[in-house]
Design a protein around this ligand. Structure first.
Ligand code: GDP
Length: 363
């Protein structure tokens, strides 16, 4: 699962991406992360995993990971091939969600492509490009569908739907504000539209404002945009994140507390991104290894087991489940069992975020 970082030039994308790759450097046991210069892999912060690793004095702590792809170069006119235009749009199409960095810091030394800082306009430029790209995409799709519908009457329903969607894009509106009925969902998903991807806005403010940005009008504009389309937003200073990413954990904590912050902006971004993608983690814990496994919300126990090994899914018998908070509180599985906190769950069990699981299976 990955997120594409987009934004106009000079808004702080590279600075943020640097922070991501530096923070991820230690865990970059990902061959392609070094091959592909625009992919950064970071650990998903997880306090439960930290506590369990400590409790078991484990030999190996393996956090969940998430990928960010730097998609530089999106400019006004991209959908018409300006800049590196279509290439970038194609890169965005391959991501699962979008992280849009919006410049909310004033600094006369840093040239804004459009001469002044204006978050609302910047968001609008990017959304317009994405909507235009979706419009072009669906026009082509519909041209084919019209031909098919002549020969195949069953295509009429789909065509009616995609025509409505085309009109919506032609009005300059994003897919996010388009209502899709349940029986249309399949058509919709197949289109893999750019403006249908979940989006997280990142308001990049000046490091001087990090403790109080309540008066920043650009942040307000980002907040309003996010609210209008039911998206989320996060306020950070990319500059600070870049500095934090070079610190070791103790220094990081000190630095953050000096700024009066509980967690770094990057940690917030990672957690929100995970959430945006509909992901949760379950855990396995022991002396050999404590590990967080990524699954999508709603995954049932056998499929969750399949993340560890296909044999676990095929031979699934049951899952022994305890909430991580209980395990951390009680200090051992045995203590949890004694208190009746370990449940035996079957095939239909929907795994919850933070479950610690031991799978029983036939080989
Ligand atoms: P990109 O073109 O979107 O990748 O933008 P960059 O990351 O290269 O940033 C453009 C300029 O803005 C650089 O000179 C950065 O140092 C500066 N910049 C980025 N984030 C911040 C920030 O949070 N505070 C300040 N003061 N400058 C920043």
């Amino acid at each position: 699962m990955n997120l594409g970082i987009v934004g106009l030039p000079n808004v702080g994308k590279s600075t943020l991406f640097n922070a991501i790759t530096q923070a991820g450097a230690l865990s970059a046991n990902y061959p392609f992360a070094t091959i592909e210069p625009n992919v950064g892999v970071v650990d998903v912060p997880d306090e439960r995993l930290d506590k369990l690793s400590e409790m078991y004095n484990t030999r190996s702590r393996v956090p969940a990971k998430i990928e960010f792809v730097d998609i530089a170069g999106l400019v006004a006119g991209a959908s018409k091939g300006e800049g590196l235009g279509n290439q970038f749009l194609a890169n965005i199409r391959e991501t699962d969600a979008i992280l849009q960095v919006v410049r909310c810091f004033e600094n006369d030394n840093i040239i804004n492509v459009n001469d002044s800082v204006n978050a609302e306009r910047d968001i609008d430029i990017i959304s317009t490009e994405l909507v235009l790209a979706d419009l072009e995409w669906i026009e082509k799709h519909n041209a084919k569908l019209v031909k098919q519908a002549k020969a195949d009457k069953t295509k009429a329903v789909e065509l009616e739907f995609t025509k409505r969607l085309e009109a919506h894009f032609a009005d300059g509106k994003s897919a996010r504000t388009f209502e899709v009925a349940e029986d249309e969902q399949e058509f919709y998903n197949e289109l893999s539209l750019l403006t249908a991807k979940p989006i997280l806005y990142v308001a990049n403010i000046s490091e001087d404002e990090i403790s109080d940005y309540s008066e920043n009008p650009h942040v307000k504009a980002v907040a309003k945009q996010a609210e209008n389309e039911n998206s989320a937003y996060i306020v950070i200073s990319a500059k600070i994140e870049e500095e934090i990413s070079t610190l070791d954990p103790e220094e990081k904590e000190m630095f953050l507390s000096e700024l009066g912050l509980e967690e770094s902006g990057l940690d917030k971004i990672i957690k929100s991104s995970y959430d945006l993608l509909g992901l949760i983690s379950y855990l396995t814990a022991g002396e050999d290894e404590c590990r967080a496994w990524t699954i999508t919300k709603g995954t049932k126990a056998p499929q969750a087991a399949g993340k560890i090994h296909t044999d676990f899914e095929r031979g699934f018998i049951r899952a022994e489940v305890v909430e991580s908070s209980h395990l951390i509180e009680e200090g051992s599985m045995a203590a949890c069992s004694a208190k009746g906190l370990v449940r035996s769950e079957g095939k239909e069990y929907v795994v919850k975020d933070g479950d610690v699981i031991l799978f029983r299976f036939n080989v």
